[in-house]
Structures are given as C-alpha cells and as structure tokens.
Write a protein that binds this ligand. Structure first.
Ligand code: HEM
Length: 503
C-alpha cells in the first residue's frame, strides 16, 4: 500500500512541476487552466475544431491547451496561420505523433508522419516530381473517369422515386476503387462490384485503420507515462503486420508483371534505387496514399451534394451551366471541366465551408519560435484551425452562407496561397495531392449533377438536413446524407461504356 501511494505522490508532484514549471520564462498563449497530470484533457470535445473556435472567442486567436503534459497551440486567424505556414514554416514542419501513430508508421518512416529532415525531403521530392506532377495526374484521369462511370451506372440501376440513395455508400465505393487503382494499378473487384480476396482484405484493413486512428487512449496523451502498458498495443501490432503482409504481396506481384499503365507502385519501383527507398518506406508510402486520398474526396463530394440539393437555385444554376457547355447527349470530359466555372466555384466553396481535415494535420515545433506575441516552445504541437479561419467574418462576407458566387466575384486560390482558405494546408507540408484531389472531386460532383436531378427525401425540409460533422481526423457528415436521384440524360447513355458516352 505504501509503495503505490508513494509512487502516486511522486507522479503528482512531477506532473505539477511539468505542467506549471516546464516552460519558465515563456509567454505562452492563453487558455483554460490545466489540471496536474491530465492538463486540459477533460476540456477536450469530440469536435475539437468547433471547441477550439469557441475557445478563441474567449481567449483570442492563438490559444494553448495542455493535453496531458504536451502543449498544444491552436491558431484561429489567417495572419497567424501565415506566420506558422510561411514565415516560420521551416521550424514548424515536424509532425506530432501519438504512440499509436508512431507504431503504425515505424516512428514516421513514411511521408505523412515523418519529421522534417533528409528522409522527408527526399520522399517529398519524389512525390512532387513523380507521383503528383501535372503529367502524372493527367495520365491517371482514365482511372477515375472509369470508376465514376461505374458509380453513375450503379446509382442509375438503383434509381426509384420511392428510394433514398445514401450517397456516401456510392462515393466511398468509387473513392476506394479510384485510389487503390491509382496506387496498385489493379481493380480489386469485377465490374459488378464483387471484391477479390485481396480487395476484401484491403477494405477490412482500411475499416480497422479508422478505428485504430481514432482510438486515442488517455494515456497516449501523457508521453512520460509511456512505461504503463497500453491495452491496444498488441492489436495495433497485429494490424500493422496485416497491412505490411498485404502490401508486400501485391508489391511482389506488381514487380513481376509488366504493364504500361500509370500507377504509383510502378513509379516507386522504377525510382526505388535513385531515391534509395527501403522496403519500410515503400510500404509506408503505399498506405499513406491510400489513407490520405480516399476519404478526403468522398467527404468533399458528400458535403457538396448536401449543400447543392438543399439549395434548389444552386442546383438549377449548375445544371444550366452543364446543359450550355456540354448538352444533354454526352457526358463531361476533361476538355470541358475548365469551361465549367460555376462547377469549379462550388468545389471551392465546399472546401472553404467543409474542409475534410478541419485542423489539418498536427505540426510540431523543432525550435522555439514566436507566433504573434506568444512563444511556441520547441516540441509543442501546432494546430491550424482552417475550419474556423474559413468561417471568420474578418475574412468573408456572410461566412456561413454557402454562396459559390463569391469565387466568381473574386478569384481566390485554394491550394495554399491565400491564407483565408487553406483546405490543403500551405508551405512545406502542403498536401501534395491537392491537384489530384480537386480534379477527382470536381469530376465526381460534376457527373452526379449532370446525370441526375436530385431532391431531398419526401417530407424532409432543407433546414432539417443534419449539417454537423462526425468526430475524427477527417470529418464526414454526422448523418449520412440521403437524396432521391432522377436520371436527366437520354436512357441509352447510362448503358454505354465510358468512352462511348463522351462527344
Ligand atoms: C479533397 C481532397 C484533399 C484534401 C482536402 C486534402 C487535405 C490535406 C491536408 C489539410 C493535409 C495536411 C497539410 C499540413 O499538415 O500542413 C494533407 C496532407 C497530405 N495529403 Fe492531402 N488532401 C486531399 C487529397 C489528397 C490525395 C488525393 C492524396 C494522395 C493520393 C493526398 C495525399 C496527402 C499526403 C501524402 C499528405 C502529407 C503531406 C506531408 O506531410 O508532407 N491528399 N492533405
């Protein structure tokens, strides 16, 4: 009895020391008072970006929270975001990893969770030059056009005025096949949607990934208590083993087949020697691309559909544009996308109002820096609340209104150059898949609106649609959005192959 009590007292005293005296002489941003050991853990809310936005109304645009004994600095203002992502970018480009993420990524041996340094710079160069160059993104287009055509046919098959479509089911299915084809160069299902054994395993792993990524035990936030065994550790190790086994098998199969299609594994294997990739890095890169690429696009299209279907005038205007530019006897191709200016504005507006990663990904300071009037000590985590910044009345007129026209009135970049709207982040760690993401979202959304007229389910009023988010690193709508689809093109077009449906 005496020894546990003594141990607890020592932990208590150390924690007080760590929370209150750890950063003497620093002027830290204001925030709610932390408790010993746990810091502000009990202040945390499932929708953290909403809570942090409320907190900034009380304490100001830069605030701090103690998560256990880790300091988290939260930015809710576009000028301060610029200080983080532009002026101090080099010193704030590391990543904060929970123990679970460290285990799944071998302490950041891949790209997304790697700290900024030689390994990261090499990988990032490879991504920018090889995987996401404009030429590569362009050559991947047939993959997503084919998958979108399969999605349209599947919605058409299920069309029935009595039946509500759960859009997320179609979008996730399409995004899964697009991203796995882009990465592996293989479709893991037949045209009827029946998954192969590898496809089933891939899907199961991705479902588990969400579960593991989201399951942050309280102890995970208190790094200096890392000696206490974590219950989920063995489960995480099992998950990682399963991931590696599957990716290794597919990698070996791809190594021995020659094809001329563009896909990520092909580029990785071709450049492996030049960029000195070890197996660990290749496997990590594969899972990075799949996890970063699939949900973000499906989420954006689901939000876009909800906003447009709620607002009949916007749906009417976009369909008029589609009629004028493309007509009713063929479907959109890449050639026309650039002429669909209202469609592009809708995509920008949805990324402004509903960024799929509202707090981006956590950055970490590798040096003491100053942001605004405050110190950001080395080792602290920095979150940029891009959700709050894009809804700030300081930056936007009627910020909560979904009004795509604002982007017709002002040409605003959404790929990291305008700090009022940062759905892809900015600076060194800006999303390398931004152009691909925008193209995929524009294409999916455009096809859905060109092929079908959409209405809310019988009896549902626009104001009754649940526009809250589901908690997580990426934010789907809390309630899967449902709508009724009615075909608007000549029926024979839904039966054709993708190529035959174009002009
Ligand atoms: C609508 C679609 C997308 C959105 C909104 C989005 C958004 C973001 C954001 C906010 C970040 C974090 C930036 C930061 O921490 O500073 C990020 C990072 C990343 N994204 Fe995307 N993304 C999208 C699509 C994609 C796609 C399609 C891919 C690849 C197939 C991709 C791959 C990545 C990778 C690898 C990173 C990590 C970059 C790094 O740490 O250096 N993303 N993305």
């Amino acid at each position: 009895m005496f020894i546990p009590l003594l141990a607890l007292s020592i932990i208590f005293i150390i924690s007080i020391f760590r929370v209150f005296l750890h950063h003497p002489g620093y002027r830290l941003p204001p925030g709610p008072k932390p408790w010993p050991i746990i810091g502000n853990l009990f202040d945390m809310k499932p929708l953290m970006f909403r809570y942090l936005a409320e907190m900034s109304e009380v304490y100001g645009p830069v605030t701090s929270l103690w998560i256990g004994s880790s300091l988290s600095i939260n930015i809710c203002n576009s000028d301060l975001a610029k200080q983080v992502l532009k002026e101090n970018d080099q010193h704030l480009a590391n990543r904060s990893r929970t123990p679970a993420i460290s285990l799944l990524t071998n302490h950041g041996k891949e790209l997304i969770w790697a700290d900024y340094g030689n390994h990261y710079i090499r990988l990032r160069k490879f991504c920018n030059m090889e995987l996401f160059s404009p030429k590569s993104v362009h050559s991947l287009r047939p993959i997503w056009e084919d998958e979108i055509s399969i999605m349209v046919k599947s919605i058409f098959k299920d069309c029935n005025p009595e039946r509500n479509s759960v859009l997320r089911d179609y979008l996730r299915e399409a995004a899964f096949h697009i991203i796995t084809r882009i990465v592996f160069g293989t479709r893991f299902a037949n045209r009827e949607g029946e998954l192969s054994e590898q496809g089933k395993e891939l899907k199961a792993i991705l479902e588990d990934e969400i579960k593991h990524g989201a399951s942050l035990g309280i102890l995970d936030h208190i790094p200096w208590l890392s000696w206490i065994p974590r219950l989920q550790k063995s489960e995480l190790k099992k998950h990682k083993g399963r991931q590696d086994r599957l990716a290794r098998t597919i990698l070996e199969q791809r190594r021995t087949t020659t094809d001329h299609q563009q896909h990520f594994i092909g580029s990785i294997l071709k450049q492996q020697a030049e960029y000195e990739f070890g197996e660990e890095t290749i496997l990590g890169l594969i899972w990075d691309m799949i996890s970063a690429g699939a949900d973000t696009s499906a989420i954006s299209v689901e939000w876009a559909m909800a906003e447009v279907i709620k607002n009949k005038n916007i749906q009417k205007r976009i369909q008029e544009e589609l009629n004028d530019v493309i007509g009713l006897n063929c479907i959109i191709t890449e050639r026309e996308t650039s002429k669909l200016s209202y469609l592009q504005c809708i995509v920008k507006e949805v990324l402004r109002l509903h960024p799929p990663t509202p707090l981006m990904l956590p950055h970490k300071a590798n040096k003491n820096v100053k942001i605004g009037d405050y110190d950001v000590p080395r080792g602290s985590t920095v979150h940029i609340n891009i959700w709050a910044i894009a809804r700030s009345p300081e930056n936007w007129e009627d910020p909560l209104e979904f009004r795509p026209e604002r982007f017709l009135e002002e040409d605003v970049d959404v790929k990291g150059h305008d700090f009022r709207v940062l759905p892809f982040g900015s600076g060194r760690r800006v999303c390398p898949g931004a152009a691909l993401g925008i193209d995929m979202v524009t294409s999916m959304f455009g096809h859905l609106l060109q092929n079908f007229h959409w209405s809310l389910p019988q009896g549902v009023k626009p104001e009754e649609v649940d526009m809250l988010e589901r908690p997580g690193l990426v934010t789907y709508m809390r309630t899967p959005f449902q709508a009724v689809a009615t075909p608007r093109l000549p029926l024979h077009l839904y039966q054709m192959g993708n190529m035959d449906r174009t002009k």
